[in-house]
Design a protein around this ligand. Structure first.
Ligand code: G1P
Length: 296
């Protein structure tokens, strides 16, 4: 057992415009697009809860209130379903403990770093998690735990700041935050000696990219306060984290599980197919359908 302050708060930046999925996301937040029958945001919130996180902090923006509605009690729907004798258990994951969903607004899309900074008053003096819902992280086929749970376990060992990483082909690194790896502590844990957001391929310190899960110390908020614009003209979380290296422990953990990039259309389709194929209630039917479509 360790004496570290437990991770009870998680920030979900959900203010993004979702332009890559237009027109689908004109009136619907991209975080509510479903993978089979669960919206993307539900996967991220479930992953956080599995890791013991209690406070869900959404950094939202205009047109995103449906995300909060999703985690509310839908009185008319539930009353009507109950009257008709329908099973309400499917709504169970959408029920938040009263008081545990908190929203703050990011009025202007100035970047991920700025979005996180918008949550500073709620984060206060506690270490906290960040989950980017676009990155769908699911347990390994056949079982295992989710990404944030694995990170919390690693955090209990090393403390400080921890980010999840994965390897991508070298020519893809410019789309991500990239780490400069230091000493390898175990099969899954590496020291981080540098971080760079969206580097040109020939300047990338490795092919290990930040995959959208973080456990950070609250001091990052003070760094973000004065963080200038970086890659893409945005205030980057990666740049603020880079400044913390050397002052606080900084490690990267490789997730033993699967990742789908649901910020891209093909990644979204891949996730839908992969998760549908392993569903007990539809897997066989989807497999037969996919095989038929492939031979047509
Ligand atoms: C953000 C982060 C980047 C990270 C990526 C993961 O970039 O800034 O470091 O690798 O998420 O998806 P974005 O996708 O918002 O451009």
């Amino acid at each position: 057992m360790s004496a570290r302050k437990p991770i009870k708060k998680a920030v979900f930046p959900v203010a993004g415009l979702g332009t890559r999925f237009l027109p689908a996301t004109k009136a619907i937040p991209k975080e509510l697009l479903p993978i089979v029958d669960r919206p993307l945001i539900q996967y991220a919130v479930d992953e956080a809860r599995e890791a013991g996180i209690e406070q869900i902090i959404f950094v939202t923006g205009r047109g995103k209130t449906a995300i909060v509605e999703h985690f509310d009690v839908a009185f008319e729907l539930e009353t009507t379903m109950a009257e008709r004798g329908k099973d309400l258990s499917v709504l169970e994951p959408t029920r938040a403990t009263p008081g545990d969903i908190i929203t703050v607004r990011q009025q202007v899309p100035l970047g991920l770093g700025h979005a996180i900074w918008c949550a500073r008053a709620i984060v206060g003096d506690d270490p906290f998690a960040i989950l980017l819902p676009d990155e769908l992280m699911v347990a390994a086929k056949g079982g295992g735990t989710g990404c944030m749970k694995q990170m919390v376990e690693a955090y209990e060992e090393v403390g400080g700041n921890l980010i999840s990483v994965l390897e991508v082909p070298h020519d893809e690194v410019s789309s991500y935050g990239v780490i400069a790896p230091g000493a390898q502590l175990s099969d899954t844990l590496t020291e981080v000696t540098g971080l760079v957001e969206k580097p040109p391929v020939d300047q990338a310190p490795s092919n290990k990219i930040i995959s959208g899960r973080y456990i950070l110390q609250p001091e990052v908020m003070g760094v973000l306060k004065d963080q200038g614009k970086g890659a893409g003209g945005e205030i980057q979380l990666t740049d603020a984290m880079a400044k913390m290296i050397g002052n606080q422990p900084f490690h990267a953990a490789t997730f033993a599980g699967r990742r789908f990039d649901c910020g891209s259309k093909t990644g979204f389709v891949e996730a839908t197919l992969a998760l549908a194929l392993e569903r007990e209630d539809m897997g066989a039917e989807v497999r037969a359908m996919a095989e038929r479509l492939l031979t047509e």
